[in-house]
Design a protein around this ligand. Sequence first.
Ligand SMILES: Cc1ncc(C[n+]2csc(CCOP(=O)(O)OP(=O)(O)O)c2C)c(N)n1
Length: 531
Amino acid sequence: MATVRETTYDLLRALGLTTVFGNPGSTEEPFLQDFPADFHYVHALHEASAVAMADGYAQATGRPAHVNLHTAPGTGNGMGNLVTAWHNRTPLIVSAGQQSREMLLMEPRLANRHPTELPQPYVKWSHEPVRAQDVPAAFMRAYATAAQPPSGPVYLSLPLDDWHQLADPPPQVRTVATRFAPDPRRLREFAALLAASRSPVLVLGAAVDRAAAWPVAAAVAERLAAPVWSAPAPERAAFPEHHPHYRGVLPYAIAPLAEKLTGHDVVLVVGAPVFRYYPHVPGDHLPPGARLLHVTDDPDEAARAPVGDSLLGDAGLTLAALLDLLPAADRPTPPPRPTPEPPGTDDPPDADALFAALAACWPADGVLVQESPSNLAALRRRLPVTRPASYFTMASGGLGYGLPAAVGIALAERDTGRGRPVVAVIGDGSFHYSVQALWTAAQLRLPVVVLVPVNQQYAILKAFAELKSTPGVPGLDLPGLDLTAIARGYGCATRVVDALPDLADALTGALRADGPTVLPTPISTAIPTLL
Ligand SMILES: Cc1ncc(C[n+]2csc(CCOP(=O)(O)OP(=O)(O)O)c2C)c(N)n1
């Protein structure tokens, strides 16, 4: 007779979940004992890194990923990036150890007191099996729940004495749908409104990229002769950013966003919230006379939109179905976007000049991971994303995602055999939230490049304080940090890029290395404006 542990490993194998990200503790050891040779345990030194690595891996492989955390404290440490996984729509199966059932009544050390409540509300489903024999089937349900739309993280709390129990017969290995098509009648209404529109505009979000739908998005934009904006603060790029219809990323405040849409009568939003606002700049959500049509696979996202009519459906399937119904528009194509001015030549450079230099030596198939808050606008302006599934950041606003996510993405690039180079641009503040991910990259010999614009401050918070008139906030400067020593301590190569002409050589060398390289690059301390 098989044990719960054996039956669970067989199921994980059948589901293709043979990579386990984690940080082990006593409550996980009975699960991890005699770790099978066909599984890969990716050791993170902190749970925040484990969760974000798994998130990056899941997004880059396009499949759910499994992360194993240490009971309540490990879950707590992973929570910030669980919040991010929720907003990123990443199908993550988070399992966590729990103390022995026999002792739970008296709450021993490391008992998870309210295990199903602890990760709420940032999981789709949270469960502690009622019997040890339910553990394998709970994994099956967790997998199905995480993968089905809207995809997202789930949580299993697993008592450590369950693993040696005798199992029931194994659960059936099931498959579930990961996308669904829109209601045909409502779809026709949307198509009719678009066809009758005088001046439609498209606003596209990360779900378009998750659905591998760039070509159909471009075909719809061309059919409608409509300009295309990226939804504010997107976690992935949704459209070829060198396409003549592309306009840029919408601002993330109410009034400035509506202002950019002025002149349009129909705004078609696909695969993004309406909208991911950040600083409060009050105003109308839409320009006068405009009507918003919202396509999303998440009923909750549709319900909380302040304006617009919604259609539930997968971004790619819905765009394809719309394309079939739309006649070619009889209007000129939108005028091309002005090319940005040449960057300045100050020393130290500003972010704009740094990213212009980065764009000049960017590897064609490079994957960009971004967590550099005040420099985001400059980065997105200077380095257009021209290939699908090659730009990743956090949807949540929580720091500590980008660095470990880049490590998970680089591992996925290796495991899938795609081998695309991964470059993370991480602010010198953001760098420290999950910095220990560097060690995992070094141990796995992943050639991730981490470019750190060093401004020795939390510049975006200074910009926010300026916007909101809150002077005198403490804790916004970052003196006395030695990034080179820190990176070396975790086993990385480093090179300080003191002069922009050195960047190309530093980047090319780092991409050829057999391990991670950190490139601290001093930049101007001038504070970019927030809007
Ligand atoms: C987990 C978490 N803690 C704190 C913050 C608040 N916060 C937002 S941006 C920021 C500073 C980021 O600094 P840095 O990476 O150097 O980027 P810069 O703003 O200087 O471009 C902080 C602390 C956050 N977003 N997430």
